[in-house]
Design a protein. Structure first.
Length: 110
């Protein structure tokens, strides 16, 4: 899946504060990652709950495919098997993808 794709994933089994059940995720991995690491994507789960945190990026775009205002939970970035993914429902705009990746760079000290 290409960067910026929005799809649903089921990360179960989960523990602690991890997001559970089928939920929307934003694919943040690059095309190069997809080329060298087939069968996995790096994704950030999405939520409809605005907690007002500066690292929760508002996900926008005309082709988003989601019904409610949505935020990226940048603190929960993870590798997800493509076997856990449904068909894409939409994609975010480029600005959103750049902003989410910027937060990830700060969190990962890159």
């Amino acid at each position: 899946m290409k960067p910026g794709t929005i799809t649903f994933a089921k990360p179960d089994p989960t523990v602690g504060r991890e997001q559970t059940s089928w939920r929307p995720v934003l694919v943040v991995s690059s095309a190069e990652y997809a080329h060298f690491i087939p069968g996995l994507v790096i994704a950030v789960p999405l939520t409809t709950r605005d907690r007002g945190l500066p690292h929760h990026v508002s996900v926008t775009g005309e082709a988003m495919g989601l019904k409610s205002p949505t935020w990226a939970l940048s603190e929960q970035v993870c590798a997800v098997s493509t076997d856990r993914l449904r068909k894409p429902v939409g994609e975010c705009d480029q600005r959103t993808l750049v902003e989410v990746r910027s937060v990830l760079r700060r969190f990962l000290d890159l």
